[in-house]
Design a protein around this ligand. Structure first.
Ligand code: ADP
Ligand code: MG
Length: 706
């Protein structure tokens, strides 16, 4: 299946070099190349504004109010003077439109403005008005002489991504906007529709040409909105189209190992299962087993909240492989996580007499050699490891299943390297996320995978009670801890540790430790932080796990890798410094036993609105899927995935925090088209073929440049 057309290579209008555009000389072209990566007409027309300023109306000074994010005012500049000294020095100009006085204030560029402003001259100013001592003022307003272009208002000013250097060379949004207007003027006959007419009609989209015009130079707010909607739809449609195409390719073209023997699964199920599986675990295992029987390669994402029991699902999936004379591996992003998985899986493996090993960067040479040998001759059936697993030297006799614990840290490239570990038939792939991720993110980051979700916690778990307390209430929190410890429970106290301020944080931790030991003189304590030697860590951890110590004072290193069912309280100090998903992860360390568990979030008295929302969300719900959605709204998609290679960076106009509905429609459309016409042979789908080819060409250009 291929979309290649046999068109001869020819230069398209949009491949024209940017210096050939009216108003762009070689100098400006060089700047655009360097600063914005704009080389061609196509690059420029896709340099989209990130917002638009409302320049449709002029405000009156006596009609200003503090609610306005910004206002445009036409009037006369009277006079100005500098006031203040040193760092406080500023230029204040008086501006009037006949209804009142507006002060324009500059802290920077004073000399330039003193030289260039003209007294008693008409200007248009734009900025955020603030009332101060009965006077309106705007700090660092935009200020322009009145021209034929701007005098009647009535337009939306696009604001483009720019760099400091471009601004210094006076290439601002206005300048860029003029260039793009020139380009749009000469592009009229060259802009091609990139979506099939059927979709344009069904979703009432404006044409590609109208969208480009109105995104750069909106005729009205409605047009701007329609232009955005159209460009978002297109972007998400092609994003989904390619993911789904990939998914179907794996489903239809690549053979998969057939696992129809189930001896070890049955043996484990009948004799060694340590608990009853939840309905959700059983459902997910069925979904997986269906994949493994088909003869097609499985590519499945396993989502589930902290504590929902993903490990046992991964293990039973491995047993399907082992029952069919194939090996399994599990790859995790860090040594601690690898260790946790190894400990968890070994317990299950041992009872079956399954040979399981662990391979990380710190595995000793001799041990490493034994592992390599055993993987190659097949006597080692399961290997758990870090990215050390993907090194070429690690070879298997018959790798049948890869489980990847993602935490959004591995890219598609690494997945592909694992596939290649079995050159005969690619192994099946099960990708696990540490915590749930929002639906829109799952659809884009993992859109090429099938998705299974464990949406139920094991029976008998009592929901964790979460409360918010201020620093000042610490003594009452400590009182509560004493009661819990008296009942035989154990407690975590976690302090933030953020790399840039590691020293400071370590001090916080040590101070915290001292204060805890003063308040709990008779209670044995453990301490754990990243700077400790690993044997000391193990020692401290061991004492806490065995219940010899009652309070674990720690940094976030305990976020992963700890499972102590007897621990019933999680106290998080400086909770304002943690992100939502991290708070949720930490909270997941308790509530693992049958007792009622608690999470206490301690913050400073003064917290921001956003922190408040995070804390409130934690107190309101234990549902990781719901928390992930709030996190997405608060932080935006980029910060959540925290990775460049995620593919989200390709989204120029869409925002996954807001565009869920458009994404859904785009995905359904892509699925429908690929199902009905996988090779895009129908004439109506012709625009898709052509656009895919252009996208591919653009990408090859990109990889050459960067
Ligand atoms: P996660 O999904 O966070 O990786 P784990 O697989 O570590 O969760 O499971 C959390 C804990 O719950 C473990 O101690 C595990 O043994 C236990 N567990 C898993 N499934 C069940 C179940 N169906 N019933 C009872 N306990 C379970
Ligand atoms: Mg886990």
């Amino acid at each position: 299946m291929t979309f290649e057309t046999n068109l001869p290579v020819r230069t398209h209008f949009f491949d024209t070099k940017i210096e050939f555009l009216k108003g762009v000389g070689p100098q400006k072209a060089a700047l655009l190349n360097q600063e914005l990566g704009i080389f061609t007409f196509g690059d420029l027309i896709q340099h989209y504004p990130f917002r638009h300023e409302d320049r449709t109306v002029f405000h009156r000074i006596n009609g200003l109010n503090e609610q306005l994010a910004a206002a445009q005012i036409k009037g006369r500049l009277r006079e100005w003077s500098t006031v203040g000294e040193g760092g406080k020095k500023r230029l204040v100009a008086y501006f009037t439109d006949g209804t009142g006085i507006l002060e324009l204030v500059w802290f920077q560029g004073i000399a330039w403005f003193e030289k260039n402003l003209r007294a008693n001259t008409e200007y248009i100013v734009y900025g955020k008005p603030v009332a101060f001592g009965g006077r309106w003022s705007i700090t660092h307003p935009e200020i322009d002489l009145i021209t034929a272009e701007n005098e009647s208002g009535g337009y939306w000013q696009p604001v483009y991504p720019l760099t400091e250097k471009l601004r210094k060379k006076f290439l601002d949004s206005r300048g860029l906007s003029r260039m793009i207007r020139n380009l749009l003027e000469i592009s009229r006959s060259h802009i091609r529709e990139t979506l099939p007419a059927s979709l344009v009609q069904k979703y009432r989209l404006v044409s590609k040409a109208d969208a480009l015009w109105n995104f750069h130079l909106p005729q009205s707010h409605q047009w701007l909105h329609q232009a955005q909607r159209r460009l978002k739809f297109e972007e998400l449609f092609y994003n989904q189209f390619r993911l789904i195409k990939n998914k179907l390719l794996h489903k239809t073209e690549y053979p998969g190992l057939i696992f129809n023997h189930t001896d070890l699964v049955k043996e484990f199920y009948a004799n060694h299962l340590p608990f009853t599986l939840t309905n959700a675990q059983i459902r997910v295992l069925h979904e997986i087993h269906e994949d493994l029987k088909t003869g097609k390669q499985m590519n499945r994402l396993l989502q589930g909240d902290v504590g929902s029991g993903k490990t046992i699902v991964a293990f039973i999936t491995m047993l399907f492989a082992l029952s069919n004379d194939a090996q399994a591996c599990l790859m995790a992003p860090t040594e601690i996580l690898t260790d946790q998985h190894f400990q968890g899986l070994r317990k299950f493996a041992d009872v079956l007499g399954v040979n399981i090993g662990k391979l990380t960067g710190s595995t000793k040479k001799r041990e490493r050699e034994i592992i390599h040998k055993q993987l190659l001759d097949g006597s080692m059936q399961i290997i758990v490891g870090t990215h050390a697993l993907i090194e070429d030297i690690v070879q298997f006799r018959n790798l049948g299943l890869c489980v990847i614990d993602e935490q959004h840290r591995f890219g598609v490239a690494q997945r592909a390297k694992l596939w290649a570990k079995n050159s005969r038939i690619n192994p099946h792939m099960l990708v696990m996320t540490a915590t749930p991720i929002p639906r829109t993110l799952a659809m884009t980051l993992y859109g090429d995978l099938d998705i299974s979700a464990i949406n139920e916690l094991p029976a008998g778990r009592k929901p964790i009670k979460t409360v918010h307390r201020y620093d000042a209430h610490r003594s009452s929190v400590f009182g509560f801890l004493k009661e819990e410890i008296a009942k035989g429970r154990q407690v975590y106290m976690v302090y933030p540790l953020i790399e840039e301020s590691e020293k400071m944080d370590l001090k916080d931790l040590m101070d915290g430790y001292e204060s805890v030991s003063r308040s709990f003189p008779d209670v044995p304590l453990s301490i754990l932080h990243g700077k400790m030697k690993s044997q000391d860590k193990d020692y401290e951890m061991g004492r806490f796990v065995r219940g010899e110590t009652k309070i674990m004072v720690a940094t976030t290193v305990i976020e992963v890798g700890v499972n102590v069912p007897n621990a019933s309280v999680m106290v998080i100090e400086n909770a304002e410094r943690f992100g939502l998903s991290q708070l949720h992860q930490l909270r997941g360390r308790v509530g693992r036993g049958a007792e009622q568990s608690y999470c206490v979030l301690i913050t400073d008295y003064k917290i921001s609105k956003e922190t408040k929302l995070r804390i409130e969300t934690m107190c309101r719900t234990n549902d990781g899927f719901e928390i992930a959605e709030v996190d997405l709204q608060l932080r935006g998609p980029g910060d959540i995935t925290g990775t460049q290679q995620s593919g989200l960076m390709d989204l120029l106009v869409s925002n996954l925090a807001q565009d869920g509905e458009i994404l859904k429609a785009a995905r359904i459309s892509a699925e429908e088209i690929l199902t009905a016409d996988p090779d895009l042979l129908q004439p109506v789908n012709h625009p898709i073929r052509i656009h895919l080819e252009n996208l591919r060409k653009e990408e090859t250009n990109w990889s050459r440049i960067s």
